[in-house]
Design a protein around this ligand. Sequence first.
Ligand code: SF4
Length: 208
Amino acid sequence: MRRCRRCVLARTRTNIVIYRGPPSPVLLFVGEAPGRDEDRMGLPFVGSAGRILARAIEALSLEPWEFGITNVVMCRPPGNRFLPEAAGACAPWLQEKIHRLRPRGLITLGSHALEAFRPDALPITSAAGRLWGWGGLPLFPLLHPAALLHGPRYRARWEEDLRSLRSVLPDLRAGRIPPGETAPGPVPGTTGGPLAKTLLQGGDVPSP
Ligand code: SF4
C-alpha cells in the first residue's frame, strides 16, 4: 500500500495518507483526498478542515479509541482537484482498510466520499444528515468540513447535521442500519460507486 503506483497521483505525492486512529475503530470517518498539510505530514485531516472535524468530534464526545479517519483517495491531487479515476484506482485499498479495521459504522465527509459508497444517494445536500446503509453497515453522510472554510453558508447545515448524527450515534455504534436500508446484496457497494465497480470487476484487492 505504501509503495502504490496505481494511478497518476503517485507522481506528485509527498506521502501516501493512509489512516489515523486505533486498529479497531467503532466509527470510521471517510473524507475525499489529502490536502497540502496531509500530504506533507502523511496523516489525514491535520489541516484547517481537520480542525473543524476535530471540533465536531469533540462536540460528539467521541473518545479517541472510538474513531478512525481515512480518505477515499490516499494521495494528494494537484490543486486539490478530486480525480474520479484516482478514486477508482484507490477503491481496493479503501475496501481493504474497511475489511481490516472492521468499523461498526461509517461517516462520509463530502459528496465524493458519499459517491464512493452510495452514488444513488447524491446530491450530498439531500443525503447529508440522515442514516443510510452500505454493505451491511450504517452510513451517515456529512458535508465536507472544508465547506465551512468557504463562508458561513453551510455552518447552520453542518451544525444541524451534527445534531442528527448525535441522535443516531447509538445506531452507528451498534452497527444498526435503518429499516429499508438493508445491504443491496451480499457484495458491499453494489450501488455503482468506485468501491462497487472494483468489487464487481472481481474484487481486485492487491496485497499491502
Ligand atoms: S491515489 Fe491510491 S491508487 Fe493512486 S497512487 Fe495513491 S494510493 Fe495508489
